[in-house]
Design a protein around this ligand. Sequence first.
Ligand code: ADP
Length: 532
Amino acid sequence: MMDTPLTLVSLIERAEKYFSKKEVISRTHTGIQHFTYEEIGKRTRALASALKKLGVEKGDRVGTFAWNHHRHLEAYFAAPSMGAVLHTINIRLSPEHLTYIINHAEDKVLLIDIDLLPLIERVKDELTSVKAFIVMSDEKELPESTLSPLYSYEQLVSDGDENFEYATDIDENDPAGMCYTSATTGKPKGVVYTHRGIFLHSMALSMADTAAISESDRVMPVVPMFHANAWGMPFVSTMLGATQVLPGPMMTPQIIAEMIDKYDVTISAGVPTIWLGLLQELEKGIYDTSHLRAILCGGSAAPKSMIRSYETDFNIPFIHAYGMTETTPIVTLARLKSYQTDLSEEERLDIRSRQGTVVPGLDIKVVDENGDEVEADGEAMGELLIRGPWIADEYYKDDRTKDAFKDGWLYTGDVVTIDNEGSIKIVDRMGDLIKSGGEWISSVDLENTLMAHPAIFEAAVIAVPDPKWQERPVACVVLKPDKLATEAEVLKFLEPQFAKWWLPDKVVFMKEIPKTSVGKFLKRDLREIVNK
Ligand code: ADP
């Protein structure tokens, strides 16, 4: 058959051609703006022409340092469609990591949100490859800044060529994007996405048995566009002409709830801490969320109690998914099979709070330390391995490639069980498993149960060194506002649900659990706090 390349150009051109009237709704620093795909299409071409004028060539990296809004979306397509590589930079990185990744990726141009300029100004003298800075703001006027040369995004777009022809020499295996993992230890690791990988990932997200994203959806990615392509939402939504609702800078649970309500959002995506926060906001009972057909949740384990609250208290269907920066990111998704729909509510919830079955196009296996596949009995633990057309096969110019990519598989570092339905359950990240007296304790299981306690808002469980048992679990707990619980009450709540030796030695009450740049519990910092 015809060997036509699977590139991102076809995604944006499809939106321009067939969905010109459909909308992108964008919250920026000054308010909410509406654009049609016709306008987004023209602006994207104009931006691509401006990048070309600035000297961006095929394969050059174009960095973005921005929230979720229409300009970021335009960059998502302008850079790859002119043959360059979109490098989304995590805005919450430390100055050291920021400098490291911009220099390591050799970004030629940086597109920066106006409120984030100071973060780049702080490191500008260390940057070795950047030839031009572009400020993304609603105004054409340039702000005061020490960055030079500095261009205005809106000026470039209005001076650009809205009929610019995209590159025709793109190979589907050419790089289209890159993102660095938010490394919890050591330096961040770069992952390169190809046109083909992102294209196929977009197709996968639109299948009825996965996220079922379609033209009729109104998609709101809460997961940042600077992290793992906002789980591919901007790409698949543009490909299908779905309405996009981009929630902009500094989003709070209130802003998220208001946007879901006002713009009739049908599907949203984000990490569990976002949804825990939103639950509290929804309890005010003032929002209409009736259009939401799915919340897509991943990045860390979604507590069963949270899934139950969304579905029974608010009638909002919840989909638990699993993935990594290295996997573009979707890998598995928890949905009921047709013959599981008659199971009891509890059994169905159990299935749906697992990480689920692998999406079409990918292969997984679960292996023990000898590399042998473990029994698919829901009990035996092993490391999850993944392969497929949207799975990275190396870290960008990085020696650590050899540790994670072996024999054609990505070694995830995630310890899982797999049941006889092929559904996986994450037990822990390798470094977070607690080894007590020669047996493993899953911090994730304890956390999920703790978060079902009516007074507990968030909980993270970590290992502390123990002279007798090697390690013992300690629970770090944040109570809901106006709720009280003692250590004894919390332990009593866990008691009937776990073997005695699983129970944490201590419950530490905190005001807040430290989080990573993408909102996951930062266990490294917790260990330091608790071990002090
Ligand atoms: P980082 O490694 O910095 O957290 P990623 O966002 O790439 O960056 O995280 C991928 C990791 O997140 C996975 O390896 C896994 O440990 C965890 N993860 C992702 N989704 C889930 C999920 N649904 N349940 C539990 N853990 C998850």
